[in-house]
Design a binder for this molecule. Structure first.
Ligand code: ADP
Ligand code: MG
Length: 334
């Protein structure tokens, strides 16, 4: 390696400690949890060829690697504090490391989330981040948003829009062709997702369950349903409303009559994946509070269905008729 391991860390990843008691440079970092809080911890790995294409833009990759982890904190309603970075790379390439760390640290700064340590080694490109956040706990009872709290008759909401990232992925795979500007916009959603950190925190005490949409709406909703022991009915017309022209000028010029693969606007919304939006439930009595949380966090949310006491997932069209079709979500081992 041209640049030594420790020089590399000092140059690209070591910055003065801010809120940590001790940051990069010793055997351990030290974090002091504030009283009355619990630590929310999550780990996500990005593997070349699996989660991103070889040759992916390093600045966007740095952003995305942290964004997917911040998205997990958002889903729990946690406030980001710090993260560690374990990085394997085939060689030391300063022209790659500089934009990679810039993209990652810019997002870190935007969320006041400090890089406090990590590990650096030679190997196939692999980026593994662990994030630490905090959530209040009152008399030891957590205020974190969990997957397990959805109750019968709760409303189901999703933030932002769904499907862009998958549409870009299918275009990059050569399965669909997109107009140049549509590819540029959807690609940004795929490569530089926005973690809904402010919304997640604003929903504490309002949402009964939450998850971030990484594998696809229906698959991730399935996790809430399983862990909450309930079922759901999704109004696909409101879900599809997420791709109405005002939401989705991007899709306006797209021809969905592909013959190679079964990609439709509905399949992209229901099973796209890589969206990093928040999917959450709240009682109907909390509709105003949800609207206020969305407003305060400047994040649009759309109500797309209802939790049922009966297990199972039902999809209805605008006329209330069942929608059929398979909408498989992403599974790395499928
Ligand atoms: P050790 O061998 O004791 O685990 P290392 O030599 O691996 O320590 O790392 C030295 C210091 O640099 C440690 O504080 C570690 O947390 C930090 N570090 C290593 N790699 C990274 C990285 N990619 N980003 C941030 N900090 C790192
Ligand atoms: Mg080490």
């Amino acid at each position: 390696m041209a640049l030594g391991e420790f020089d590399l860390i000092a140059r690209f990843f070591q910055r003065p400690a801010r809120r940590s008691a001790l940051g990069v440079g010793d055997d351990c970092a030290l974090l002091q949890p504030a009283s009355g809080t619990q630590m929310a911890i999550s780990c996500d790995m990005l593997v070349e060829g699996r989660h991103f294409f070889a040759g992916a833009d390093p600045e966007r990759l740095g952003h995305k690697a942290l964004a997917v982890n911040l998205s997990d904190l958002a889903a729990c309603g946690a406030r980001p504090l710090a993260f560690t970075l374990a990085l394997a790379m085939p060689q030391v390439d300063e022209a790659w490391l500089a934009p990679f760390s810039r993209g990652m640290l810019a997002l870190a700064d935007a969320h006041d989330c400090e890089l406090i340590g990590g590990d650096t080694t030679r190997g196939p490109l692999n980026i593994c981040i662990t994030v630490f956040g905090e959530v209040p706990a009152i008399h030891g009872k957590t205020r974190a948003l969990l997957r397990s709290g959805a109750g019968a008759d709760d409303d189901i909401y999703v933030s932002g829009t769904l499907g862009d990232a998958r549409l870009a992925l299918e275009a990059l795979r050569g399965h669909v062709s997109l107009p140049v500007d549509a590819l540029a916009r959807t690609r940004l959603r795929l490569e530089q997702p926005t973690p809904r950190v402010a919304l997640g925190q604003a929903l504490r005490g309002i949402a009964t369950a939450a998850i971030d949409v990484s594998d696809g709406l229906l698959g991730d909703l399935g996790h809430i349903l399983a862990q909450s022991g309930v079922g759901a009915t999704i109004d696909t017309s409101s879900a599809i409303g997420l791709i109405a022209e005002n939401h989705y000028p991007t899709w306006a010029g797209v021809d969905f009559s592909f013959d190679s693969v079964a990609i439709t606007p509905l399949s992209l919304v229901l099973a796209g994946g890589d969206d990093y939006e928040l999917l959450f439930t709240a009682p109907s009595s909390a509709r105003e509070a949800v609207t206020a949380a969305a407003h305060a966090s400047q994040t649009p949310v759309t109500r797309i269905g209802r939790i049922d006491a009966t297990a199972g997932l039902r999809l209805l069209d605008a006329q209330g008729q069942p929608v059929s079709g398979r909408f498989d979500s992403f599974d790395h081992f499928a």
